[in-house]
Design a protein around this ligand. Structure first.
Ligand SMILES: [Zn+2]
Length: 120
């Protein structure tokens, strides 16, 4: 699963060497989502077209749903958490995970359009 590697390591979908994001740390609040225009290694275009990453909403949304489903099962069924506490907890967790979810969404999104190629 080469695409999985690119997504989880936030690497360029084409060469798997260049970084997709300028900052390694998703919690560096400044520039957390800044991406280079092109891959520093293989020169793959990371912007593809203006507003390209608006489409990444379609890939981040299922991640959010998945995390919510997982948390609901864990907090409500296993921990028998009260609904009010549950909503506060789930909001806080999703808020904290937001930078990672957005990065994952974008990494998946660009992998839909760009395939891995060996050195050319
Ligand atoms: Zn590359």
């Amino acid at each position: 699963m080469s695409k999985l590697y690119s997504v989880l390591r936030f690497k360029c979908p084409r060469c798997h060497k260049g970084d997709l994001f300028v900052k390694k740390n998703p919690y560096s609040f400044k520039n957390a989502l800044q991406m280079p225009d092109r891959c520093p290694v293989c020169n793959q275009d990371f912007q593809i077209e203006p507003g390209f990453y608006i489409g990444a909403l379609w890939t981040s949304f299922p991640i959010v749903i998945f995390i919510m489903a997982l948390l609901s099962a864990l907090l409500l069924i296993y921990l028998k958490m009260e609904l009010n506490t549950f909503f506060i907890t789930i909001t806080a967790i999703l808020f904290l995970l937001q930078p990672i979810i957005i990065r994952l969404g974008r990494a998946i999104w660009i992998n839909v359009f760009v395939d891995f190629k060996e050195e050319s």
